[in-house]
Write a new protein. Structure first.
Ligand code: GCU
Length: 607
């Protein structure tokens, strides 16, 4: 049996969605902004009991049915003016009616019932009918909490308290360059599963044995995690990939992780320009009858690092990247509310001809990965280990480790994943090596064939950027290097860029951030900052520098779209980072066309 994989301890485990039916609890929820902190409504007013002040003989100081109403999914900040800068505790309430038939269906034959939060910012406490289901401090990642059958009534009260405070032990900590959109930022749903069920399944670890264009013979691994206590006798896991005539079966001796080793499959590979997906079905079978099954779309691709070359499907690959924040288009900003919001951003990115997306700074909704699978876009996913961290704090260590584990549990089943990033612009501080090393090692366990990475800074000295001159205890763990450099904007000034260079050391390296602010509607001298002309001049010099560095594996401007950030407080920006290639509503700046032109010149695969 597969040995125990690294685990997240703060919830009931990763409950992979696949095509599993779920009852969405999205829509209007009651909301109360509690700025009194931990001793607020939780300690002195048991909101989660849902008492009615009209019916109690003691003073009840809250009234759920008189709470404000806001939408889930969605941050609270952009839904009401009074919540815009609120970073405290948000109390959410939802009355959930379940018909007798629904209750019977959810609880029959030892079925199990889970509440799944697809993603929150930052931490949550959850109650169901006044009973605590659990708490979790794990932002931007799916969480599940189990309900007992006897807890489900015809009328139920779900109460979730979201804690969106900036705290020094968290990742990110108190200072970061994006807006702190708090709340139930992704969908909330009820999922019923059999007593023993398929918790997650992931095809990965493709090894190409022979290659002819995009046709190949490959080996690969299909991991299936079976969960549940119940009776396992006679249970088998059946894996089917009909187009490849794959039908494999393995007995379940204990609820653990099974590994199907797939051999000599003749497939069409998945890659940008040819995102071939295959339908797979994983079933839990007893006496020939399926007791649980999930369907997935899988893809066959191999990523390798060979010296300083980055290979996709054994071909040297040039990353033409777009980086962004998970913030919807529009003057208000805010987290995407639906698939349309997500697709609008990816459509805009794809207009440049990019082949890669850096989903920067924290994990995004899993819909992004599904979209990139279908569109043939490679993906960089990232946990928010960003700038200053308190690595010596055990809570920080747990957050780093568990965020890495859950992020990879989500992304490793997606063919679009290119690399997993565990840090952005962090510096050597006490405890960094140990805390980060443990997280990087977990990635080797969870997704051994996908490169590990991080985005580094490098000082500009002697006319060049060289990451390897900096003492980074995490450098040994990365397989491919991301470099953030702002020549022409932060350091050095534009005039010193004409002969500057980027040093590619011992590992594949690509530029993960460069750029400059260009507020919409501005113009000026190319060597005077804060206008569209200087933004374009800096891009032009940067792109010339990239051309001088033939070993570079690609480049990614920072950033697709202007985005909200409290850090950006001067008159040009007024609370928005104006380095976007487009404005808040997608208004294209001159650099958008420049990048599109450059991407069109550069082949994705170098011969
Ligand atoms: C850094 C950081 C980004 C930030 C950018 C900027 O490189 O990684 O999150 O937005 O600089 O200065 O705009």
């Amino acid at each position: 049996m597969g040995k125990q994989q690294p685990r997240v301890s703060c919830d009931a485990g990763y409950l992979q969605l696949n095509d599993r039916e779920s009852r969405l609890l999205n829509g209007e929820w009651g909301f109360f902004a509690d700025n009194m902190g931990a001793f607020g409504l939780k300690r002195s007013r048991n909101v989660f009991e849902g008492l009615d002040p009209q019916k109690e003989d003691r003073a009840v100081e809250y009234d759920i049915d008189s709470f404000d109403q806001i939408s889930v999914p969605g941050d609270w900040n952009t839904q009401k003016e009074e919540y815009f800068l609120f970073e405290g505790f948000g109390w959410y309430t939802k009355r959930v009616a379940c018909s007798a038939e629904e209750i019977a269906a959810m609880t029959k034959d030892g079925n199990r019932l889970f509440l799944r939060l697809d993603g929150v910012n930052y931490a949550v406490d959850v109650w169901w009918n006044g009973k605590e289901l659990g708490s979790a401090e794990l932002p931007f990642l799916p969480l599940s909490f189990e309900l007992n059958a006897d807890q489900v009534q015809e009328d139920n009260l779900l109460v979730v308290r979201v804690d969106a405070r900036r705290l020094a032990h968290r990742i990110p900590a108190e200072r970061y360059d994006w807006f702190n959109y708090g709340g139930l930022i992704r969908s909330v749903r009820l999922i019923s599963t059999p007593g023993v069920f398929i918790g997650q399944a992931a095809y990965n670890d493709t090894r190409i044995l022979s290659l002819n264009g995009v046709e190949a013979v490959v080996d690969g691994s299909y991991l299936v995690e079976v969960r549940g206590e119940g009776d396992l006798d006679g249970l088998t896991v059946k894996l089917e990939i009909p187009e490849l005539d794959v039908v494999e079966e393995m007995s379940v001796k204990e609820a653990s992780t099974l590994n199907f080793e797939l051999k000599n499959l003749s497939v069409t590979l998945w890659e940008p320009g040819s995102p071939r997906l295959y339908a797979a079905q994983i079933s839990l079978v007893r006496d020939g009858v399926s007791v649980d099954q999930v369907a997935q779309k899988i893809g066959f691709k191999q990523i390798e690092c060979r010296g300083t070359e980055l290979l996709v499907n054994q071909k040297p690959f040039f990353l033409k990247g777009i980086a962004l924040h998970e913030e919807r288009l529009g003057d208000r900003g805010g987290k995407p509310r639906n698939l349309e919001d997500i697709r609008a951003l990816i459509d805009l990115a794809q207009e440049t001809g990019c082949n890669f997306m850096r989903l920067a700074h924290y994990p995004y909704d899993e819909e992004w990965l599904r979209e990139c699978d279908e569109r043939g876009l490679l993906v960089w996913d990232e946990i928010p280990v960003y700038w200053e961290m308190t690595y010596t704090d055990e809570r920080t260590q747990k957050l780093i480790f568990e965020s890495a584990v859950r992020m990879v549990e989500v992304s490793r089943s997606h063919p679009s994943i290119l690399c997993h990033a565990l840090a952005n612009e962090t510096w050597e501080l006490e405890g960094r090596g140990a805390a980060m090393g443990r997280a990087f090692e977990a990635l080797v366990e969870l997704d051994p064939s996908i490169p590990k990475t991080a985005a580094f800074n490098a000082p500009f000295q002697d006319g060049k950027y060289d990451v390897e001159v900096v003492e980074h205890s995490i450098y040994e763990h990365v397989d491919v290097v991301g470099l953030n450099e702002y020549g022409g904007w932060y350091n050095p000034p534009l005039k010193e860029l004409t002969n500057a260079n980027v040093i590619v050391g011992s590992k594949p390296l690509f530029i993960t951030e460069f750029g400059a602010a260009g507020p919409l509607g501005t113009s000026g001298e190319p060597d005077v900052l804060w206008n569209l002309d200087s933004q374009k001049a800096i891009y032009e010099e940067q792109i010339k520098m990239f051309g001088r560095c033939e070993k570079l594996s690609g480049w990614t401007p920072w950033v697709l779209k202007d985005f909200r950030s409290t850090l950006r407080a001067n008159g040009f920006q007024k609370g928005w980072n104006r380095k976007g290639m487009v404005g808040p509503n997608g208004e294209k700046k001159p650099v958008f066309e420049l990048v599109t032109e450059e991407f069109s010149k550069k082949p994705t695969f170098s011969s």
